[in-house]
Design a binder for this molecule. Structure first.
Ligand code: ADP
Ligand code: MG
Length: 238
């Protein structure tokens, strides 16, 4: 069954069309990466899936449900932001549990969920610290932890590693791959980094000026790029 389906999706900002008829079916549990140069529409498309941008035309299905006009909090998706957006005055434990507390869950249930997320993400040793006492990588983990506790249908990531230094980026890339193996959730991940795309993705969607230039496995794109744009972007010799 498909997890998320885009049907002839378009986005206009005033008279500028930035997403131009995108069709895509994402399978349950699939790790899909949107790549392309800056300004090609990756974030806009992801934000439309999240419900943070209105869809001008076309449809977005989540499972069999038409979610095109649903507000973000009804979609059951988790958006992991690159800016972490943690509450500075709260401990890691309270940051991770916050969405459940807001939803009115009982204390014991919140605690169990937080502990589960802490184990998956190895947050145990700093659950009582404040965000200011954490490294960039640790903060990123806490942000992911906060989205895990709601058992989302899918995780949406917008360049989650772009603020990190090179060594940490490699480490977190590995962590995200492990997270996908552990949770087996659908993940949609935006990056302009070819290495991230080639190493993490089940399938890569290459965007060029708001259109899909090609969709395929990393290997397919590398071995049979549909055009020069894809070849140059993926870095295969064509
Ligand atoms: P990417 O994430 O691939 O770098 P974006 O999705 O952020 O690209 O942007 C795609 C295009 O849409 C760009 O030309 C950008 O300037 C434009 N755009 C994005 N958000 C807005 C907005 N709120 N209003 C007007 N234009 C926007
Ligand atoms: Mg972007």
């Amino acid at each position: 069954m498909s997890s998320i389906t885009l049907k002839s999706v378009e986005k206009w900002f005033g008279t500028a069309q930035v997403i131009k008829g995108v069709d895509l079916e994402i399978a349950e549990g699939e790790f899909v990466i949107f790549v392309g140069p800056s300004g090609c529409g990756k974030s806009t498309l992801l934000r439309m899936i999240a419900g943070l941008e209105e869809t001008s035309r076309g449809q977005i299905l989540i499972g069999d449900r038409d979610a095109t006009s649903e507000p973000p909090n009804k979609r059951g998706l988790a958006m992991v932001f690159q800016s972490y957006a943690l509450y500075p005055h709260m401990s890691v434990r309270d940051n991770v549990g916050f969405p459940l507390k807001s939803a009115g869950l009982p204390k014991a249930e919140i605690e169990a969920k937080v502990n589960e997320a802490a184990e998956v993400l190895k947050l145990d040793s700093y659950l009582d610290r404040r965000p200011k006492d954490l490294s960039g990588g640790q903060r990123q983990r806490v942000a992911i932890g906060r989205s895990i506790v709601r058992d989302p249908t899918a995780f949406l990531f917008d360049e989650p590693l772009s603020n990190l230094d090179a060594a940490l980026r490699v480490e977190m890339r590995y962590e995200i791959a492990k997270l996908h193996q552990t949770l087996k959730s659908t993940m949609i991940y935006v990056t302009h980094d070819q290495i991230e795309a080639m190493t993490l993705a089940d399938r890569i969607v290459v965007l060029e000026f708001g259109k899909i230039a090609q969709v395929g496995t990393p290997r397919e794109l590398y071995e049979r790029p549909a055009n020069l744009f894809v070849a140059q972007f993926i870095g295969s010799p064509r």
